[in-house]
Design a protein around this ligand. Sequence first.
Ligand code: SAH
Length: 398
Amino acid sequence: MSYTKLFLQAGRDEAVRRFHPWVFSRAIARYDGDLNDGDVVEVYDRKGEYLATGHYHDGSIAVRLFSFAATAGGPVTPDAAYWTKKLTGIRHIRQAIINAETNCYRLVHGEGDGCTGLIIDVYNGVAVLQAHSIGMHRERMVITEALQNVFGNELTAVYDKSSETLPNEYAGTVINSYLFGQTPVPHPVLENGNTFLIDWITGQKTGFFLDQRDNRALLARYAPGKRVLNAFCYSGGFSVYAIQAGATDVHSVDSSQKAIALTNQNVTANFSPETYQHEAIADDVLHYLNHHDEQYDIVILDPPAFAKSLSARHRAVQGYKRLNAEGLKRVAKGGILFTFSCSQVIDRELFYNTIVAAAIEAGRQVRVLHHLSQPADHPVSLFHPEGSYLKGLVLWVE
Ligand code: SAH
């Protein structure tokens, strides 16, 4: 297979040699022939030395790279054999996460796994794929073939959930559907021994927030005998862990009725009714915090990304500050706040400073117990630090 060759301007090859996963349009000198959105393209330096292969898209990020000369040796053809080798390598490192108690995990985490534009979450035999680029979406059938090669009989279905993650103009032409097999939803998975019922068809993202696995396990260590508020609960991940650990009372809040239904479903899937105290409430979190003066031993704040772009960052910081100030007021003396931000554009330092501002506003003495982040199935390329999106702090509130 021969692909269009794209040549970089002098001096613009350094970032690619350092495995940065994107080529910006301003770095391009020229290309031979035609290039359409989603095409595979080979990237060369000014003198014609091959550097990397990626998917083209007319825009500020013009090429999303998935293979580099330094690791692949030379140009590649992204066919089923290529993806089989790549996914086998990634799956190998995931073995540290998969065990008898955990059968759901992120198999492919975009740039962090050298698969720019591709997310694949595995739910107990079902792979849910989300392409963020047209190029990756075009690879979906060879990737499905590769998944079958990698997993054999363990794979029962592959579902494409890309319609909400692809660029707008293309997303309209895509209908979420099974690419292989079919599995009824909700589908049970195990995470650290807890059962969750996953619905990738109507659920948010691929159906479950796998990125909080380790942080939920940490919550379990603090939860015995505690009154817990799980704000922005989605399908009740933190709530189930808290009840399992012996929390005396758990309140779960989310503005989405569907999320509240999922939370109740997951709680009842794990525990018999007489063994726990749990209430799931459909409400806006700020409204809830302002209208209940109840105190909790542990408060969890895991809001959706408040900022999706740099221009939205300032407003988002104000939002996090206000939310955390209100959240801190609901923490009982000597209690704990688990607080998170999944906004990529709010880095660790800015998040920390925002929490300092919130604590000043709330007038509470606060100590940091843990700095949290995303788990090992959401790796971050050293050369693409933007991939580190999940930040959390566990705070001891006097
Ligand atoms: N903690 C969850 C993931 C949270 S995702 C887990 O471990 O699975 C963010 C959630 O916030 C979504 O379920 C969304 O419905 C909810 N949400 C968004 N805005 C909200 C608001 N203003 N008040 C309450 N919930 C909100």
